[in-house]
Design a protein around this ligand. Structure first.
Ligand SMILES: Nc1ncnc2c1ncn2[C@@H]1O[C@H](COP(=O)(O)OP(=O)(O)OP(=O)(O)O)[C@@H](O)[C@H]1O
Length: 375
């Protein structure tokens, strides 16, 4: 799979830009702040309907504009497919696949598969569990787009259950009589357990499949300094990871935590509280790993995603934002060897000499609002 053309209208710093890309390596070169990452972010948005940098859509739209459009032509198995997204902050995105509008934006998921490594990924190792849950869920969706629906259903149930608990909590606090009715909580428990079990089963299966790829990628990136391991930490018993068992484990846990949930007015049980524990040797990576180790770990997590998708038979686009400047010469060469065979590799850098010559490929010069092929 590769992106043949990317067009942006009012996306981030770009009023209007079009870039023709090809399979193999493309290096995007330009000084700091000219808009290199914005290009990768736009592609990442098409692949995940999410930005790797911001939680809301408003910053993605060029200052002063009302909406942004990202259009890309993806070639997969020799077939071309155009994906178009219109991003209107505060509203649902409008999307088209080929010439046809799609009912929901999430119907475009799967049209472009991409793995993006960016400096923000250090948070995968150092940040809150939410970062690692998002990493797992994004990969789950990249492997099987139907999980976008599972995730959305689960999030909706948690939100509505929280609203119910919160209303009752506030009613009790203010001594009111309205809004304290929790009679529908059992129904929400059943929904939470059903959708939660599906999400949990997906994450557990993914963690098992991903583990060897993470260990291998870390070993390659960090050259044998410690072994990386991942483990899923759930709030319920997951020793039998089939859906029926997980659903009853979640129901049991919800029953056990009912009184504290009612008391605190929030849902304390379910996969939205879980974590992916990262270890280096015997120690947790979070809180113990050095900056270099954390950085290598984050890169290994993305390379592992890439390798797992390839093992599934999907050749995703691989994008590395500002990676090579962080590495010494030996590691640059090793990384170039690891990723050089990607069906499409997009690399950004401020200094072209930081990218190993062995990667070859086309060079694009990025300046304020423009992108030009250099050769
Ligand atoms: N919504 C927006 N409207 C207008 N300009 C924006 C918007 N969002 C970001 N920018 C501008 O885009 C630029 C940042 O672009 P980007 O992050 O792609 O830079 P970069 O080339 O990757 O830089 P670096 O090499 O420092 O990582 C900044 O100048 C910022 O002001």
């Amino acid at each position: 799979m590769y992106v043949q053309r990317l067009e942006l209208v009012d996306f981030r710093s770009y009023e209007r830009v079009a870039i023709d890309l090809s399979a193999g390596t493309s290096v995007l070169v330009g000084p700091n702040g000219v808009g290199k990452t914005n290009l990768l972010e736009a592609l990442g948005y098409v692949a995940t309907l999410d930005s790797h940098r911001v939680a809301t859509d408003a910053p993605l739209v060029r200052a002063g504009a009302a909406a942004a459009v990202v259009r890309c032509l993806v070639v997969h198995d020799g077939r071309e497919l155009q994906v178009e997204l219109e991003i209107v902050p505060g509203k649902a995105n409008r999307a088209r696949l080929g010439r046809s509008p799609v009912r929901r934006a999430r119907d475009v998921l799967g049209a472009l598969r991409m793995v993006l490594f960016a400096p923000e990924d250090l948070e995968l190792v150092r940040g809150d569990p939410a970062e690692r849950r998002r990493y797992l869920d994004d990969l789950l969706v990249a492997r099987q787009p139907r999980y976008a629906g599972v995730r959305a259903d689960y999030d909706r149930v948690v939100k509505q259950r929280n609203a119910l608990l919160r209303t009752s909590y506030l009613a009790r606090k203010t001594g009111g009589t309205r809004g304290g009715d929790l009679s529908t909580l059992d129904v929400w428990d059943a929904h939470l357990a059903r959708h939660g079990a599906e999400l949990l089963a997906g994450r557990l299966e993914l963690t098992t499949a991903l583990g060897p790829f993470v260990a291998k990628a870390y070993d390659a990136v960090a050259a044998g300094r410690g072994a990386a391991g991942i483990a899923y930490r759930a709030g319920v018993d997951v020793s039998t990871p089939d859906r029926a068992h997980l659903e009853s484990a979640l129901l049991e846990a919800l029953a056990a935590s009912r009184s504290s949930e009612v008391e605190r007015g929030v849902t304390l049980t379910g996969p939205h509280r879980d974590d992916l524990v990262l270890t280096l040797g015997e120690l947790p990576a979070k809180g113990y790993a050095s900056h270099g180790e954390s950085w290598s770990y984050a890169l290994a997590l993305r390379l592992a995603s890439y390798d797992l998708l390839r093992a599934d038979g999907i050749e995703p686009v691989l994008a590395l934002d500002d990676v090579f400047a962080e590495l010494d010469a030996g590691r640059r060469e090793r990384l170039a060897e690891l990723v050089g065979g990607a069906s499409q590799l997009l690399v950004t850098c401020a200094v072209a000499e930081d990218v190993p010559a062995a990667l070859g490929g086309a060079r694009f010069d990025v300046a304020e609002g423009t992108v030009r092929r250099a050769d």
